[in-house]
Design a protein around this ligand. Structure first.
Ligand code: ZN
Length: 293
């Protein structure tokens, strides 16, 4: 009998997903005066497609009406969208109205047309997260799932694990890092699989990694030929790298490694394609036990 492992994976995920998402109730609300709800309707449908129960308030709801609906409908999360530019007044007002009714534990997520410079103010006012207009509905759905289901690991990276710096020769630049900057050299090792020699310099809980090519097949050599010495990549430490990579793939983010691979010191790593991030190469890594990454 023919057995397709990909199909098996998809249905396993779906079953697991349905179990988790049966619980999630979302109120999608449009406060204020703008008369466009295409975006809100698209989001409502996308969340329904992911198995959530979505209640849409309709246009031009007041913060009081939205808070009341959230409580009456007993939702897990409120998504508010504004295109009118009044988000700085309306979003905090919704938080306030929820608080007045003892429902401040219902998280509120904002979206619509929100200038980046307004986001810190909205977060300060109690909005849990703000999605900008370029965000995918999958990213929003993934965020809601991890927000509501405490069994899911956080998608937020834990820290900068290291910054990789391409150098022609470790020996000729090392004294700047150790003597002038005063960083501690933890070790130097050859990583033949990656065709690099790496020097690990400790800085707080993070590291700088000086990367020297071991041979002409090294990606670091190709980088040096193209761009010269300089910052090569930024590595972010994550929990559950397999889940994270699968999620990014689903969100349409281009990846260099669509499966995590073995990195230095027993870590699992995967690179995101630089075209996803304004030509910056990001590495995700998950460390094993107490090992470094
Ligand atoms: Zn790295």
């Amino acid at each position: 009998m023919y057995f397709d492992p990909n199909l098996a994976n998809i249905s396993a995920r779906k079953i697991e997903g349905e179990k988790i998402m049966a619980k999630i109730r979302v109120l999608i609300a449009k406060p204020g005066l703008d008369g466009h709800d295409r975006g809100a309707l698209v989001i409502s449908q996308a969340l329904r497609d992911r198995g959530m129960e979505v209640i849409y308030t309709g246009l031009r709801q007041s913060p009081v009406q939205i808070a009341q609906a959230a409580i009456q409908e007993d939702v897990d999360v409120v998504g508010v969208s504004s295109l009118s530019g009044a988000h700085n007044t309306l979003f905090p007002k919704i938080i306030e109205e929820l608080k007045k009714r003892g429902a401040e534990d219902i998280p509120v997520i904002g979206g619509g047309v929100i200038p980046a410079e307004d986001i810190p103010f909205l977060i300060d006012s109690g909005i849990k997260k703000v999605f900008t207009s370029g965000a995918s509905t999958d990213a929003l759905a993934n965020y809601i799932e991890q927000l509501i289901d405490s069994n899911q690991t956080s998608i937020t990276p834990k820290k900068i694990a290291h910054i990789g710096i391409a150098v022609k020769q470790i020996d000729s630049v090392l004294s700047f890092y150790t003597d002038n900057l005063g960083l501690e050299l933890e070790g130097i090792e050859d990583i033949p699989d990656e065709h690099v020699k790496a020097a690990f310099l400790k800085i707080g809980d993070s590291r700088l990694e000086l990367l020297e090519p071991l041979d002409s097949a090294s990606p670091i050599q190709q980088f040096l030929d193209k761009k010269g010495e300089g910052i090569h990549h930024i590595a972010l430490e994550v929990d559950d790298i397999h889940g994270r990579v699968a999620q990014l793939k689903q969100e349409g983010v281009p990846l260099i490694n669509d499966q995590p691979k073995q990195g230095a010191h027993n870590s699992q790593i995967a690179f995101i394609h630089p075209k996803a991030a304004g030509r910056v190469l990001f590495e995700l890594c998950e460390k094993d036990e107490a090992g470094d990454v």
